[in-house]
Design a protein around this ligand. Structure first.
Ligand code: RM4
Ligand code: MN
Length: 383
């Protein structure tokens, strides 16, 4: 049990700066009280998640949403708050120039502009001490014949190679895939295989990131995780939940069993190390944002605790004996264990309140930011 506690204590779950701002659907972005007005306030909110869970020590930035004049100053602010800057997320999807694609655009000027933005993100990594660049491309086409599918792969490869060459010794990039949306016919990085093939060609500093919301219904995500880990190409996760498409709901909300199965493959595959980043990529459209992040961190911790509890020796014995029901029973025993008391103990040992949700609610932080943050423009998706 103490090994499991130690493993849980070591887990770090990164929260995204954009989860603290307003977000919504393409129909409506709802404004909430107390929402941060700048990246500094986003970091302050993220620090609350860390303060109450002890498990969220880093914060992902999104550029240009989190553009500031002095990134070293922003990093120092993070450190004063007890957190640090995590992955730098690029944004080549919100400029009119990118209507036909960014790094895959048929227009060389647009491709140059997009690649320059990715290089600028590496500059931000240098200035903040971040070691991870996360690349998601909305690129694709809407109609058959619209553009040459294969040429777009060539353009993508060319841009990725330029960014790869710019990475410092201790930096890496994670290439994210997504089945569809906003492109509806072809997507240039639609699946793990495409991301994997580009990363293999580039080298060890290029790895795949699995956003749990970016698959077709029924996709066996834990298989992808097992495969990528075996190949040394799993760089991390963007955890969130989906019921339909890319719903970006709280991790572990839609399918906690899937999250457990994923975490089991991570542990089984030797990926429960600092090399695999556990990041949240969520948008809290209707729920309070800081509490939504705390809940998500706790859900990831619960799935992890259950995965750590799997009796691997008993599982292996049942598997090699061909004992189908026995093996499944070992697996389900772990999943059906109530790990909340164990996590409460881990928190108490860290000097934290065993119930982070209740402790945050009692802290008065929300009332404080709701009163203080009036005036100015609230941060929001696309702002
Ligand atoms: C994308 C993708 C990226 C995230 C943006 C906000 O769908 O998942 O990871 O940075 O959304
Ligand atoms: Mn994502």
């Amino acid at each position: 049990m103490s090994d499991i506690k130690a493993a849980l204590l070591a887990q770090a779950i990164e929260t995204p700066s954009w989860a603290y701002g307003n977000s919504g659907t393409r129909f409506k972005v709802f404004a909430q009280r107390g929402v941060p007005r700048d990246p500094y306030e986003k970091l302050a909110d993220a620090a609350q998640v860390h303060a109450f869970t002890g498990a969220a020590p880093s914060v992902a930035l999104h550029i240009p949403w989190d553009k500031v004049d002095d990134y070293a100053d922003l990093a120092a602010h993070a450190s004063n708050l007890g957190v640090r800057i995590g992955a730098i997320n690029s944004n080549v999807f919100q400029d009119d120039d990118y209507m036909l694609g960014s790094v895959t655009s048929p227009d060389a000027r647009v491709r140059r502009k997009a690649t320059d933005h990715l290089l600028e993100c590496v500059d931000v990594m240098d200035a903040t001490g971040s070691d991870t660049l996360k690349l998601w491309f909305s690129d694709g086409t809407n109609y058959p014949g619209q553009d040459d599918i294969r040429s777009r792969q060539d353009r993508l490869a060319e841009s990725l190679a330029e960014v790869y060459d710019r990475l410092g010794e201790h930096q890496r990039f994670l290439l994210e895939y997504k089945l569809f949306e906003p492109a509806f016919y072809t997507t240039d990085v639609p699946d793990w295989g495409t991301a994997y093939a580009h990363c293999v060609k580039l080298g060890p500093k290029a790895q795949v990131v699995v956003d749990t919301g970016h698959h077709a219904p029924g996709t066996n995500i834990e298989f992808i995780v097992a495969f990528l880990l075996r190949e040394g190409k799993l760089g991390g996760f963007d955890f969130n939940s989906r019921f339909y498409a890319d719903d970006d709901l709280m991790a572990g909300a839609a399918d906690p069993f899937q999250l457990f199965r994923i975490m089991f493959e991570v542990i089984r595959g030797g990926g429960y190390t600092e090399d695999v980043a556990f990041m949240l990529d969520q948008c809290h459209n209707i729920e309070p944002k800081i509490a939504g992040q705390i809940r998500s961190v706790m859900n990831v911790q619960e799935a992890t605790a259950k995965a750590l509890l799997v009796d691997r020796a008993a599982l292996a014995a049942a598997q090699s004996a061909g004992d189908v029901l026995g093996a499944n029973g070992v697996f389900m025993d772990a999943y059906n264990t109530d790990v909340r008391p164990l996590l409460a103990e881990v928190r108490a040992e860290q000097g934290l309140d065993p119930d982070p949700m209740a402790a945050y609610a009692r802290s008065g932080y929300f009332e404080k930011i709701a009163a203080e943050r009036v005036g100015g423009a609230q941060a929001g998706w696309g702002a």
